[in-house]
Design a binder for this molecule. Structure first.
Ligand code: IPE
Ligand code: IPE
Ligand code: MG
Length: 242
């Protein structure tokens, strides 16, 4: 069977009217993907970024409204500098080369995390593409770089302290990095690890979690569709009864 007809078959099982409103992806396994091929880890990050591009297109084709991708955590600064540079180089290249794709597809770029520690030219590239895509309204693409869920919560708490009054959960929601972004309904983590590694901790209170052994650079549109079908079989109760 051809790849194409196989994909069409999966798509038939997918209910396009019941897609998650916000899908969040923890893109893990780039290093192992490279090591298993006898390549330096930087090749894995390059391949991971190529895959990010493809999956963004797949999500936009499906009509997903919001997508967040975890690309670099605050804990990832513990890695060797050349590996960190290779991750930033891939993101930099993506922002330079693909902003036109975002505009053509009506994809608005947003950022979650702390821009302060990133290289200045990467910050500038982010700001430029966010400005260029600010009126796009088909999909929001949210990139988490130098992101920590705990730090986001502490940032919000500090804003509340500065405001000087006690607050409700609803007030707190508005103090997060991206108050207009709905909480993720579906979270995918690749590479077999079954943890959140500090990603969107507050927002994931009721997210459906999906773990796959597939390493991020090998995660295909078919894998995405299988995951989405799995999501559509979940029963979400939010603490209530069926
Ligand atoms: C995910 O892949 C990318 C980042 C964390 C930046 P890894 O680099 O963590 O790959 P593994 O987990 O070591 O295979
Ligand atoms: C999580 O992956 C962070 C990103 C995917 C950016 P890690 O590889 O950093 O997570 P741990 O160390 O396995 O928990
Ligand atoms: Mg990892």
């Amino acid at each position: 069977m051809s790849v194409k007809s196989n994909e069409t078959k999966i798509l038939r099982k997918l209910d396009l009217t019941r897609l998650p409103n916000h899908i969040a992806i923890i893109m893990d396994g780039n290093g192992r993907w490279a090591t298993r091929r006898g390549l330096p880890r930087s090749y894995g990050h390059k391949a991971g970024c190529e895959n990010l591009k493809k999956i963004i297109i797949n999500l936009s084709d499906l009509g997903i409204k919001n997508a967040s991708f975890f690309a670099f955590s605050t804990e990832n600064w513990k890695r060797p500098q050349d590996e960190i540079d290779s991750i930033f180089n891939s993101v930099r290249e993506y922002l330079h080369e693909d902003s036109h794709v975002l505009i053509e597809r009506g994809i608005k770029l947003t950022y979650i995390g702390d821009l302060k520690r990133l290289p200045t030219d990467l910050v500038d590239a982010f700001k430029r593409v966010m400005e260029e895509t600010k009126d796009c309204n088909k999909m929001t693409l949210n990139l988490a770089i130098n992101y920590s869920g705990r730090e986001e919560i502490v940032r919000a708490a500090n804003k509340a302290i500065t405001n000087g009054k006690q607050i409700t959960v609803e007030d707190f929601d508005k103090l997060l990095d991206l108050p207009e972004m709905p909480a993720p309904d579906f979270v995918i983590r690749t590479s077999g690890e079954q943890r959140l590694s500090n990603f969107m901790l507050y927002q994931m209170a009721y997210s459906e979690l999906f773990f796959t052994k597939v390493l991020w650079p090998s995660f295909t549109n078919k894998d995405l569709q299988k995951a989405l079908i799995n999501f559509q079989h979940r029963e979400r109760r939010f603490g209530g009864l069926k």
